[in-house]
Design a protein around this ligand. Structure first.
Ligand SMILES: *Cc1c(COP(=O)(O)O)cnc(C)c1O
Length: 383
């Protein structure tokens, strides 16, 4: 290195932090980090552990290269038509996105000006406060009641511009009683986003689509990441009144569902619904069996309507780590209201669930007798 070069390097003054590149609202926006570590058996993210449906897989393998060199459709018209047919609505009631994450983010932008207030129940989907901040919105969380149902009156009383609800809720798996939801829709003046990421697992009558006839301010948000086994494809959508989904489509922008994803999702909707139904049925059976086994261990799982079970276990983070050391990942949720520490265990083929049970049993046995906080009674309530 030349003298001049050395001198130049050594006399450079420390770089000032650049000014005004950061939006004020972004100062404390965290990157999403669910602390996932590659583990032999991963029951931590509620995806379809049986794999992806057969026609979706074949479509993926055989996709024409020409689909990739050209732009995908602007707003995924063909996919919208297939989603509409599946949901029993018209295509103008559907908006798609790059995962339902994208749809939720776009909806917040579409229905709330910067500074507006978003309210959600806690606990719920961890991305909600992050999307609120990303869109310069204020966010308030209201604790759910002791039966794990959102306090809808308290949520409405916040004066929020936008409500986010999730049924079955992540992480508790609980539904929201239909009458309470109807009452809310009649009185709350803003938009209600109802996340149905796990609706396929909640039974044939669980869909909230019938409520769309009663409210043009209800937006149902769904995903192909869970029951349809396509999390890596990133396909989500929302169902609502045409005027409502039209606004989300504007804030979402064109080309959000890529060509590969659109073809694969379309194939799954057209040809794999029976496969999806069969595996949803298996997931429900295995969840009920998991809940029985947990109860036989002296634990008190929360009655779930999804493809996972949330079970109180004290020191859940340490227990989760010890289970991971035994090759099984589950997701700890510390200090939930009315319950305390919990583990959320996704359901998949029974041998995987059995491995989780074996790991949990071994960790708890090593720790000694169950504590009061491991056996907390869960009120069953409605829904
Ligand atoms: C998994 C999940 C989603 C995200 O789904 P993507 O479509 O993969 O973005 C949305 N909401 C809830 C409640 C989820 O658990």
């Amino acid at each position: 290195m030349s003298d001049a070069a050395t001198r130049t390097t050594s006399t450079v003054t420390p770089v000032e932090p650049p000014r005004a590149v950061q939006r004020a609202a972004y100062a404390d926006v965290p990157l999403y980090d669910p602390k996932r570590v590659p583990t032999a058996i991963d029951l931590s993210d509620n995806t379809n552990l049986w794999g992806l449906p057969p026609t979706a897989e074949r479509t993926l393998r055989e996709l024409a290269i020409s689909r990739i060199t050209r732009y995908p459709s602007l707003y995924a018209a063909e996919l919208k038509a297939a989603l509409a047919a599946t949901a029993g609505v018209t295509p103008d009631m559907i908006v798609t996105g790059c995962g339902s994450d994208d749809v939720l983010d776009s909806a917040m932008r579409a229905f709330a000006d910067p500074g507006a207030l978003v309210a959600s129940s806690t606990p719920t989907f961890a991305m909600v406060p992050i999307f609120a901040r990303m869109n310069a919105l204020r966010h308030v969380a209201i604790e759910e009641d002791a039966t794990h149902v959102p306090d809808l009156e308290a949520l409405a009383a916040t004066g929020a511009d936008l409500l986010y609800l999730c049924a079955p809720n992540n992480p508790t798996g609980r539904m929201i009683p239909r009458d309470a939801l109807r009452r809310l829709l009649r009185t709350f003046p803003g938009v209600v986003i109802l996340d149905e990421a796990y609706i396929e697992f909640a039974g044939a009558d669980a869909s909230h689509v019938p409520l769309l006839a009663e409210s043009d301010r209800l937006l149902l948000v769904r995903t192909m990441s869970k029951a349809y086994g396509l999390a890596g494809m990133r396909v989500g959508y929302a169902i609502g009144a045409p005027a409502l989904v039209g606004e989300v489509e504007k804030s979402r922008g064109p080309y959000k569902v890529n060509a590969l994803a659109e073809s694969v999702a379309l194939a799954a909707l057209q040809h794999d619904r029976e496969w999806v139904h069969e595996h949803v049925t298996l997931a429900i059976a295995n969840r009920l069996r998991l809940e029985d086994e947990l109860r036989a261990m002296g634990l008190s799982p929360i009655a779930s309507s999804a493809n996972f079970t949330c079970v109180p276990v004290s020191d859940c983070v340490a227990v989760g780590q010890a289970m991971r050391a035994r090759g099984v990942a589950v997701r700890p949720f510390p200090a939930l209201p009315h319950v305390g520490d919990t583990l959320r265990i996704s359901v998949g083929p029974w041998p995987m669930v059995q491995a989780a049970l074996d790991a949990l049993r071994s960790v708890l046995a090593e720790r000694g007798p169950l504590r009061d906080t491991d056996t907390i009674a869960i009120p069953r309530g409605a829904a």
